[in-house]
Design a protein around this ligand. Structure first.
Ligand SMILES: [Zn+2]
Length: 367
């Protein structure tokens, strides 16, 4: 293929963003957000399927009320635990285990925390420290598909029970673990670093931008779906992806670009199509109950169907699951909304549980 460097130059879609969103999405975001706001404001009776949105919204409000924020108070409680005679850091491990047990029982899902062990095995902390010489408060990560390793700006010693407890108590999730979760999904999407997979991924990153966008979409949406506030809406996803585009530079073929990360995405109007459709499809698959690995496999084998404007494997899987359950497309929208609400609830719940477990230990100290 003869590549014209001029064509490959990044072009800022300035002003075209909204236009681009409207073209393909028919105001998809607006529709989505409107519908969501409607549900929230009017607390309507169940729409489509058997979803009781009333009940979900009540639960969300209740948990939101109980999940107090404010790090100072938590630090104070932690200091009390540390100041106790005979204190050992082991106590934080015990607290974390209790929190995780309760999360599993009361939320039914550990979210990103569930993949920590698996993702940890792929981490290269030495290389990470070289790639990210300065520590970042908001952690970054990268997946190197050429060797199957995850790089993260967090230091190995930051992964402590105490740090995770505090993160959960403040926000319901631990951002650096969400980053690992994100990269771990990439590991599943690209498969092991065999020569075949490396060549395939390189090719797709160069010539199939839609695949890069789709892989990012799954990783980003998933982190939100499961215990993180990373991506709240399609617009956030777009903004996030745009941050990682390669500015005024021909796309590089190296696995990572020092300036912009390894995304190699040029956001054009057509890329916005991929983003909207990919987002919709990935959201629906998660709402239908598929897990990271299964969706990653669909993503791995996905091709953009130009004629129908869908990602073939994802689209087929949705249709199949939808038909098997006798759901209409309107039910799908409700299912996605339900999924989003439930995941918000989980975040607040996790926050409350972490607080309660810290408080319990402090109360015992006072006795
Ligand atoms: Zn990514």
């Amino acid at each position: 293929m003869n590549m014209n460097s001029e064509q490959l130059k990044f072009h800022e879609p300035s002003g075209k963003l909204d236009e681009g969103f409207k073209v393909r999405g028919e105001g998809y975001i607006e529709k989505f957000e409107e519908k969501y706001a409607e549900q929230e404001a009017e607390s309507e009776q169940p729409v489509g399927g058997d979803i009781d949105f009333n009940k979900l919204l009540e639960e969300l409000e209740g948990e939101q009320y109980l999940a107090k924020t404010g790090a100072a108070e938590i630090v104070e409680q932690i200091q009390k635990i540390k100041g106790k005679e005979g204190f050992s850091p082991e106590i934080f491990k015990d607290i974390l285990v209790k929190i995780l047990q309760r999360m599993q029982n009361e939320c039914g899902d550990l979210g990103s925390l569930a993949v920590l062990e698996e993702a940890w095995k792929l981490c290269d902390f030495e290389k990470s420290a070289r790639k990210y010489p300065e520590d970042h408060i908001l952690h970054n990560g990268a997946y190197d598909f050429t060797n199957g390793k995850i790089l993260i700006s967090a230091r190995e010693e930051e992964f402590t029970a105490l740090m995770t407890i505090m993160a959960l108590a403040v926000s319901g999730s631990d951002h650096k673990i969400n980053v690992l979760h994100h990269e771990n999904i990439h590991a599943k999407q690209y498969g092991p670093p065999t020569l075949r997979n490396i060549i395939k991924t390189r090719f797709e990153r160069l010539f199939r931008k839609e695949k890069t966008i789709l892989t990012e979409t799954q990783s980003m949406v998933s982190a939100n779906s499961r215990n993180s506030r990373e991506i709240q809406s399609l617009r956030d996803l777009y903004e996030k992806l745009k941050q990682f585009t390669v500015p005024d530079e021909v796309i590089n073929t190296r696995p990572f670009n020092k300036k912009g990360g390894g995304y190699n995405v040029i956001i054009s109007d057509r890329a916005v199509d991929y983003l909207i459709v990919g987002h919709q499809e990935v959201r629906q698959l998660y709402a239908l109950g598929l897990d990271d690995a299964v969706i990653a496999d669909l993503v791995k084998n996905a091709r953009w169907n130009k004629k129908n404007g869908v990602f073939n494997t994802l689209h087929n899987a949705i249709e199949e699951l939808r038909d098997a359950r006798g759901l209409e497309s309107e039910d799908m929208e409700n299912l996605v909304l339900k999924d989003i609400l439930e995941r918000k609830i989980v975040l607040y719940k996790a926050q409350r549980i972490a607080r309660e477990e810290i408080d319990k230990v402090v109360d015992q100290l006072d006795e």
